[in-house]
Write a protein that binds this ligand. Structure first.
Ligand SMILES: *Cc1c(COP(=O)(O)O)cnc(C)c1O
Length: 376
């Protein structure tokens, strides 16, 4: 018999079991209609209902007004790194803040888009970077010199690899410059005021659903700024006008995301509730790390530790050759704990505590960690 799996993967990651059960039951017979949701036209009334319900539930969850368009796209969050400047630069420059690997990538992709224009006023400006700290803290607000005429300011509010999180509720709204955020790995983990943002985006495979779907929520006054030579399929205005269906959207992934939105709203009781749970989970894991007498270490400053992605290491003085690290990973796997290997660029360990992970599952991880330390 297969034993229980505790899946701490950073993405694609664990989905709520009840959602998978519903999808399983409906896989060949969607709502008793005799076909799979995968097998029907995206233009027909059954799929239209799936799409509308998903959008409506997402609007409720995040309290999104009609001033914003919700787009269900493809290409991953990575495609947004170039789609955003293509759509929003409008011949101007933009400001970027780098707090980890993902915002670094978005910055370098934006430079490619803007460099076609070859003029300094079209530059993508780096206004703050915490690379000097190995991405263990947030930039000092006093260090950030924003361009008040920038087309937008871009940041990543949760760095999945480095485990650094900016609580969107702590961001001061910018009066004139639209704020753009990559929220891939913490969207829907807590309530926040969408009105502070011009655009937010997220690849679905962290906290929303299966891979293949990218969520973009954009304020409608930012639509229509794209260059005339922007391909239609990349133009937010065209995508919004066509309800994300210029071509065939990722229908099954949208259906799954819709089930997750429904689960958050009706089973979990909304984002306030899920946020409390997420806080408890993160508190438990961080306290296990911090109380391990430096056997385990998380190097991120306490005020910006991610609640979703917790990178940690086994003390390098005790484990110069990664013997303990490898033993940890293989023993974890024997106990059903998977997805704990750190990202290849930083090594070490990482536990991702997305919405679908329960407090009990985090307890199992923490018990395992303590037992491993005791016997190491
Ligand atoms: C995973 C991730 C991405 C990349 O997402 P893809 O959908 O694979 O393109 C970008 N940003 C953040 C913060 C991520 O966690």
């Amino acid at each position: 018999m297969a034993h229980k799996i505790y899946n701490f993967s950073a993405g694609p990651s664990k989905l709520p079991e009840v959602v998978l059960e519903i999808a399983k039951n409906e896989l060949t017979n969607y709502q008793g209609k005799g076909f799979s949701v995968m097998e029907i036209s995206h233009r027909g009334k059954d799929f239209a209902e799936v799409l509308t319900n998903a959008q409506q539930n997402l609007r409720k969850l995040l309290n999104i007004s009609d001033d914003y368009a919700i787009l269900f796209l493809q290409g991953g969050a990575t495609q947004q790194f170039s789609q955003i400047p293509l759509n929003l630069l409008g011949g101007r420059s933009a400001d970027y803040i780098i707090t980890g690997a993902w915002s670094e990538k978005s910055f370098s992709e934006a430079q490619k888009v803007s460099s076609y224009k070859n003029a300094p006023e079209h530059q993508i400006r780096l206004v703050a970077s915490t690379q000097h700290s190995n991405f263990t803290k947030l930039p000092e607000v006093s260090e950030i010199k924003l361009n008040p005429f920038a087309a937008y300011l871009h940041l990543c509010t949760n760095e999945t690899i480095h485990g650094v999180e900016i609580d969107p509720n702590r961001l001061a709204p910018l009066p004139n410059v639209p704020l753009i955020a990559d929220m891939s790995s913490h969207i829907l983990s807590r309530p926040f005021d969408i009105e502070k943002f011009g655009l937010i985006y997220a690849g679905a495979q962290k906290n929303i659903g299966p891979a293949g779907l990218t969520l973009v929520i954009v304020r409608r006054d930012l639509l229509g700024l794209a260059d005339l030579n922007t391909p239609k399929i990349l133009d937010y205005a065209q995508l919004a006008e066509n309800d994300s269906m210029i071509n065939t959207p990722p229908t099954f992934a949208i259906y799954m995301a819709g089930l997750v939105f429904d689960w958050l709203l009706n089973t979990c009781g909304g984002l306030e509730k899920i946020s409390e749970k997420n806080q408890q989970k993160a508190d438990l894991l961080y306290s296990t790390i911090d109380n391990s007498e430096n056997f385990y270490q998380n190097l991120v400053e306490k005020d910006c530790r991610s609640r979703m992605n917790v990178p940690f290491i086994i003390n390098k003085d005790l484990d110069k050759e990664n013997v303990l690290l490898n033993k940890f990973l293989s023993e974890a796997e024997k106990n059903g704990l998977i997805g704990l290997k750190g990202h290849k660029s930083v090594g070490g360990l990482r536990a991702s505590l997305y919405n679908a992970i329960s407090l009990e599952e985090v307890k199992v991880l923490c018990d395992f960690m303590q037992e491993f330390q005791r016997t190491a």
